[in-house]
Design a protein around this ligand. Structure first.
Ligand SMILES: Nc1ncnc2c1ncn2[C@@H]1O[C@H](COP(=O)(O)OP(=O)(O)OP(=O)(O)O)[C@@H](O)[C@H]1O
Length: 259
């Protein structure tokens, strides 16, 4: 795997829906765990969709591992990035292993046997869940199965060519144990690949040493080497908070107060 390659955006100006523009002049991401933060409607999911290659109108603005999206076939692009979209419900009746069989062009029974001791399957505790139809699972259980598919899609032993993991609100529905496992796992794999995750766990991001991107109205309004570099004015601007709702903790980082 080439670890020094990264994702580049140059002059991404795209109108996915009438009245909404994604407008990013330049952005360069290296291996690392990037938090993508912003208020509801800021454009985080739309940006992730662009980076996943869902809009061919944006391909000229995007480069992955020094290759323009426009020079890659859909199959090549699909193998360069893994993507967890926001999930709400399962639309048809398939089991988790059947879903994985589609992802990996394999058979459910082979995958069940091959993956039972995989770190991701064990960490997310999905071995039993993957046997059940996805629509019969709880929201958090289903999220763990979809996460399993995304994480396996960028596993070095399965897809060594994958350099980008896009996650849209991966913590939604997860209980605390699986959230903690996921954070540790993402920290680990982000030494090798670029992980870009939107979420609303702002206090977690603010406390972290990971890079953060702030979005507002379809644009990036801040790029920080660590969550701890984000200041009160950025939070007020990005989330429309009142400064009295933000406190400075341990002489180290801002936190949004709950009282
Ligand atoms: N299918 C759609 N048709 C029209 N407008 C849409 C559609 N999906 C999203 N939008 C609009 O595009 C803008 C960006 O939405 P997006 O889902 O990217 O925001 P987000 O930052 O991911 O928000 P959230 O934190 O609520 O998930 C919003 O103004 C939203 O209303």
């Amino acid at each position: 795997m080439v670890t020094n390659d990264y994702l580049k955006i140059r002059q991404l100006n795209f109108i996915p829906y009438s009245g909404f523009i994604i407008n990013i002049d330049r952005l360069q991401l290296r291996p690392g765990f990037y938090h993508l933060l912003g208020a509801n409607g800021a454009g985080k999911s739309t940006l992730l969709d662009c980076l996943a290659g869902l809009y061919d109108e944006t391909y000229d603005a995007l480069t992955i591992a020094n290759e323009a999206y426009s020079s890659l076939s859909l199959q090549q692009l699909a193998r360069r990035r893994a993507y967890l979209t926001q999930q709400h419900q399962a639309h048809f009746s398939i089991t988790g292993y059947e879903m994985l069989a589609i992802f990996f062009d394999s058979s459910p029974s082979y995958l069940k046997e091959e993956l039972c001791n995989h770190e991701v399957v064990k960490g997310l505790e999905v071995a039993v869940l993957l046997d059940k139809p996805l629509q019969f699972l709880s929201g958090g259980e289903r999220q763990r199965c979809y996460l399993c598919a995304a994480l396996l899609s960028c596993d070095e032993s399965i897809r060594p060519e994958t350099q980008l993991l896009l996650l849209d609100e991966p913590f939604t529905g997860l209980d605390i144990k699986h959230t903690l496992w996921l954070v540790d796992y993402l920290q680990k794999i982000s030494e090798q690949i670029c992980v870009l995750s939107s979420h609303h766990e702002v206090n977690f991001a603010l406390k972290s040493q990971n890079p953060c991107l702030l979005m507002k109205n379809g644009s990036l309004i801040g790029e920080f080497k660590a969550g701890r570099d984000i200041k009160i004015a950025h939070l007020v601007d990005c989330f429309g908070l009142n400064s009295t709702q933000i406190s400075y903790e341990n002489n180290a980082y801002y936190q949004i107060s709950w009282n």
